[in-house]
Design a protein around this ligand. Structure first.
Ligand SMILES: CSCCC(=O)C(=O)COP(=O)(O)O
Ligand code: ZN
Length: 245
């Protein structure tokens, strides 16, 4: 539930103050800034993908179907945290920009926040999509991308409070099947997180990846490390080199 103060302000001002800040680290400034970077890295082109940040008891969410690299702080939706998984139906937004809808990824971002994340990134990176195709023969609940003995694996946590993976560890990222609508991926994401409680990412076959972290810096670092590893795996495959020893 929104606090009484926020609800009162919402009826009169749409809580614009929640997305107005001179601080570049404020989520309403950071989400557009990150999306500009992600666009240049091929992660959020053609309106696909996005990112969401939890800041105290507020969740900041980008609008749906917009060019994510052109987004402005005034376009950002705000939810009170904790909230229900399908807030669009619950009129639970304490800031809702006119003529825009919240990202279809919202229930997936909320799943990551329920798991303790401070930031969740969704990319449509072609490297992520390609690795899901390379392991397409493995369908069902055990589908997984695995890679070992590559230095960049050290950029991924072993699990919450367990430190980072080591050079000789095997990194496993579960793969779920895509659905016709983004929000329908939520149950698959929940199931993968239950089966792999230490994971910080879930690949979506023929679609992309969801990566989360305790905070923005960790989510971004992990997403970059994974994208590096996916690109490397694809290039190794092209050279006929196995990426798991
Ligand atoms: C061409 S993008 C299709 C929708 C999608 O997969 C996505 O990640 C973007 O969803 P949003 O509602 O945030 O635009
Ligand atoms: Zn998507």
């Amino acid at each position: 539930m929104a606090s009484t103060e926020d609800q009162v302000v919402a009826t009169t001002t749409n809580n614009d103050h929640l997305v107005q800040s001179d601080d570049p680290e404020h989520p309403a400034n950071l989400i557009p800034e990150l999306c500009r970077k992600f666009y240049n890295w091929g992660w959020v082109t053609g309106t696909g993908g996005g990112t969401s940040i939890r800041h105290g008891d507020h969740i900041f969410i980008a609008p749906s179907g917009v060019q994510k690299e052109l987004m402005k702080s005034e376009n950002i939706f705000v939810l009170q945290w904790p909230t229900k998984k399908y807030p669009a139906e619950e009129r639970n937004y304490i800031r809702r920009p006119l003529k825009l809808n919240p990202s279809a990824c919202t229930p997936l971002f909320l799943t990551a926040f329920e798991n303790g994340a401070g930031c969740c990134i969704h990319t449509h990176s072609q490297w992520a999509v390609l690795v899901t195709l390379l392991v397409e023969r493995e369908k069902g609940p055990d589908a997984c991308f695995e890679i070992s003995t590559i230095e960049q694996i050290k950029g991924i946590p072993r699990g919450k409070g367990k430190g980072m993976l080591g050079y000789y560890d095997t990194l496993s990222i579960p793969i779920i099947e895509n659905t016709a609508f983004e929000e329908d991926l939520t149950s698959g994401l929940e199931a993968a997180m239950k089966k792999y409680p230490d994971t910080y990412a879930v690949l979506v076959r023929r679609h992309g990846i969801y990566v989360w972290g305790d905070n923005v810096a960790k989510a971004k670092t992990q997403c970059e490390s994974l994208d590096y590893l996916f690109q490397l795996a694809v290039e190794m495959h092209k050279l006929g080199l196995p990426w798991v020893k």
